[in-house]
Design a binder for this molecule. Sequence first.
Ligand SMILES: Cc1cc2nc3c(=O)[nH]c(=O)nc-3n(C[C@H](O)[C@H](O)[C@H](O)COP(=O)(O)O)c2cc1C
Ligand code: SF4
Ligand code: SF4
Length: 418
Amino acid sequence: MIGIYLSGTGNSEHCIKKLLFYLDKTAQAVPMEQKDAGHLLLHHDFIIFAYPVHFSNIPVMVRDFIKSRQNLWKNKKVLCVATMGLFSGDGAGCAARLLKKYGAKIVGGLHIHMPDSVCDVKLLKGSPEQNLKIIQAADRKIEKCAEGIRNGIYPRDGLFFYDRIAGLLGQRLWYYRKTKNYSDKLKISNACTGCGLCTRVCPMENLTLENGKAAAGKHCTMCYRCISLCPAKAITLLGRTVIEQYRYGRYVKKKDDKNLCLSGDISKSNLQKESFTVIGKEGVATDGSDFIQKLWEDANSHFGEVAHLAKKDENGNILGIWGAMSDFSRSFQPWEGFNQGLYLAGVECEDDSEAPDGWTKWVIPGYEYIYVERKNEDTFSEVIKYLEDHDISLAGAVHDFTCPQTGKGYMFFPIRKL
Ligand SMILES: Cc1cc2nc3c(=O)[nH]c(=O)nc-3n(C[C@H](O)[C@H](O)[C@H](O)COP(=O)(O)O)c2cc1C
Ligand code: SF4
Ligand code: SF4
């Protein structure tokens, strides 16, 4: 099994990863823009195919991805997953019909309601609380659907004829031209500072830097990734001003990060934390018994070099100081024998930050953790024993965390990859 997806603002990425987690923990989720995505699909018979609905239709890039790999789909079993802000009629059916034309066997269709990603139009904007409720309901739907699939019952969202009529009359008929071709309507205002972030994240490579400012080409698939990420809010597409930037990961992380620092006396707790970035000073356990202390001394004395990259909460407080760990292969597996591996003494940073000279950037995958306040030298071995006694396996390397507000230290034990 393999997952392939397009996701502008993280909704479809979250949904496909969650579904794969319940169906096959070894299955990869591959973004459509990854150069070898088509090649990877060749080796799998069962494909989960996820994307956002655009104007009750599939995004142009998704249509092109299917069409340009016509020979790949024959006899593949495909489950189409469409995420949407409100309504699509036959969002899953649109891709299903095209895939079927090229020989795929459509095993099901799944529609998932997620927060709206169009951040420059007021229409469907929900409050953070409303968005969280939508995400929680989506998670429940995915869980239920996975349970059905494990029992051989596949969802049929968007695959019936009346869904097609609903999709057509609902929007597609009126907005068909919007998804007929790539868009050349992206607007970049003078607020652009030329940071280059948008040029790095666009799945269509539609943005370039020209004379220190971003410039848009004519191949925008309207995913809203650059618009939702631009630090200067300089990019718009359907509307004229950015109202509130939306990113699934950023939104959910913010909630988790808050819990973390407000945790006070919590001694043992579970927490889901999406993938995050740490920039710090890296060392190896073979550097001597005091290598971790030396890394912290180095990091603390040069902290000014990375302070501006650190992630902050709404009050301007730094979110987290991490002693992150990984095995030597950098797969974030536990240290060999719990005493040999890599250590990164650093600060949690914005995901798009680059490490300055002399610093190293790690992107730590998303996990569910048990986190425990570090009371003494025995905390680590006590928790390992607790995990063993409760038949819980460690899913990755343990990390140290220090809450900058309270100064309290915690250990994070990953127990499940997200
Ligand atoms: C250009 C555009 C058009 C959209 N049209 C629809 C639509 O017709 N119906 C709907 O329910 N949601 C629509 N949405 C909302 C997205 O489908 C929804 O927020 C989706 O979950 C975003 O997924 P992503 O974060 O993976 O890109 C649209 C979003 C964009 C950017
Ligand atoms: S992300 Fe925004 S500020 Fe940075 S180059 Fe792009 S448009 Fe300009
Ligand atoms: S230009 Fe922006 S909205 Fe258009 S495809 Fe690229 S990242 Fe998405």
